[in-house]
Design a protein around this ligand. Structure first.
Ligand code: UDP
Ligand code: GLC
Ligand code: MN
Length: 411
């Protein structure tokens, strides 16, 4: 019985992801296991299928077996109709030629060897699933990285489970698989993988525990680019969000596919998929608001991006006509371009220079960028020198300080 990595690809819009994932596992991380892909071949060009076959060992056509999730619920809960086909992940349990599978979404990028997981989870039962906690609700697992045991009996139970709309709380596979393996057994059938096996960094502006990201950066095994905007949608990191770590994906994609400029251009001209442009009234997930939420870095750069509605009351910023007008100090204009130079742009360029020096090397592991520069932590204005300022404070007459102190105590 064998083991394999497997991913899902139902159309061209995730092709750059699926190809980069496989290249990374095979040519760089040198996995000793087979790479399997479930494809809807009717939605892929022959050229794309050829590219897939160059790197995947087994391509399984699932054209007639796609399983659809309840679209209304999905649109209402997640607002991402393109995920309705993700119920198809249930087919993984039908791949009974394999005794253990590591399923990876095609928007994942392993940074380190994952083969040891097969050994570590060899005693998993077919009723269990191993997965990392979801960063947005850690009592639930994220279904982008799964270790599982295919099994005919579990497959038929799961298939039956998909027929009841209420069995998924997000309208897609994550809600379904959690109900089945996690909620129904009160957590007993979910085996927790550490978060480093499924780090979801593109939470721009949303809650992310940055000190931990920084502390454990070098231990990250896999990045998972959740959300509607995938790395291959924009190469220009100035135009995408800053803390999303897309440049790791780009580094690898370019390594594998940039030598052939025509091929690269073709892969990147693939449309994002019809669903991408549909605008539904929906519960919005923070990670989908990323164009706006990274405002601190976008102000000067994405002037054309329409503003997103505020999520919290304190985010309302009313535009008011000024009642008093101060003398203006025109911003410095760069001579060559005539474009005003803003401090935000300066800071961003400086931070990006830092990031572009970050690289992934097999021997040294992943190097984290300095927290203060890459994540906007602890940034101090250039004119501020803490030592000097302390010295200045120390020179203040003692009386002056104690007077203020007494004042404070009187209150
Ligand atoms: N997928 C696909 N075609 C689609 C949508 C999704 O093949 O149109 C597959 C792909 O492997 C993808 C996975 O389903 O990685 C789950 O979707 P996605 O990664 O976009 O979900 P997210 O992780 O952003 O929630
Ligand atoms: C999650 C998972 C993804 C899944 C989606 C819908 O964000 O990353 O794999 O398809 O939710 O349930
Ligand atoms: Mn994903």
């Amino acid at each position: 019985m064998s083991k394999a990595y497997v991913t899902l690809l139902t159309n061209e819009s995730y092709l750059p992801g699926a190809l980069t994932l496989a290249q990374k596992l095979k040519t760089e991380l040198k996995t000793k296991h087979k790479l399997v892909i479930l494809i809807d071949s009717s939605a892929l060009s022959t050229e794309s299928i050829d590219l897939i076959k160059q790197v995947y060992d087994v391509a399984i056509a699932i054209d007639d077996d796609l399983i659809n999730a309840p679209l209304d619920k999905l649109v209402q809960r997640l607002g991402r109709s393109e995920l309705s086909i993700t119920f198809t992940k249930v087919l993984l349990w039908n791949l009974t030629d394999y005794d253990t599978l590591i399923y990876l979404d095609s928007d994942t990028l392993p940074l380190a060897d994952l083969d040891h997981l097969f050994e570590e989870y060899k005693d998993l039962t077919a009723e269990q699933i191993a997965a990392s906690p979801d960063a947005g609700w850690p009592d639930i697992f994220n279904s982008g990285v799964l270790v599982l045991k295919p099994d005919a009996d579990v497959f038929s139970k799961l298939l039956e489970f998909t027929t009841v709309d209420n069995n998924t709380f997000d309208g897609a596979d994550q809600g379904l698989l959690n109900e089945f393996f996690n909620v129904a057994s009160a957590g007993k059938n979910w085996v927790r993988l550490p978060y480093v096996y499924n780090v979801t960094p593109n939470y721009s502006g949303a809650y992310q525990y940055l000190p931990a990201l920084h502390r454990f950066f070098s231990s990250i095994k896999l990045l998972h680019y959740i959300g509607q905007t995938k790395p291959w949608h924009a190469e220009d990191i100035l135009g995408t969000d800053f803390d999303n770590l897309h440049h790791y994906w780009w580094g690898d994609f370019n390594k594998f596919y940039a030598k052939d400029a025509t091929l690269k251009a073709k892969l990147l001209s693939i449309p994002k998929g019809e669903a991408y442009n549909l605008n539904f009234a929906k519960y919005s997930n923070q990670w989908d608001a990323d164009k706006d939420a990274g405002a601190k870095f976008h102000i000067a750069l994405e002037k054309d991006t329409p503003a997103q509605p505020p999520l919290f009351p304190w985010e309302h910023k009313e535009e008011r006509t000024p009642t008093r007008v101060f003398e203006s100090h025109a911003p410095a204009v760069e001579e060559s371009s005539g474009v005003p130079k803003s401090k935000v742009e300066d800071d961003l360029r400086e931070s990006i220079e830092t990031l572009s020096n970050v690289n992934v090397s097999k021997d040294e592991g992943v190097k984290s960028p300095p927290l203060s520069q890459s994540y906007g932590f602890g940034k101090q204005s250039k004119g501020f020198n803490p030592d000097k300022s302390l010295a200045e404070v120390a020179k203040l007459p003692l009386k002056f300080l104690s007077k203020n102190k007494n004042k404070g105590e009187e209150k």
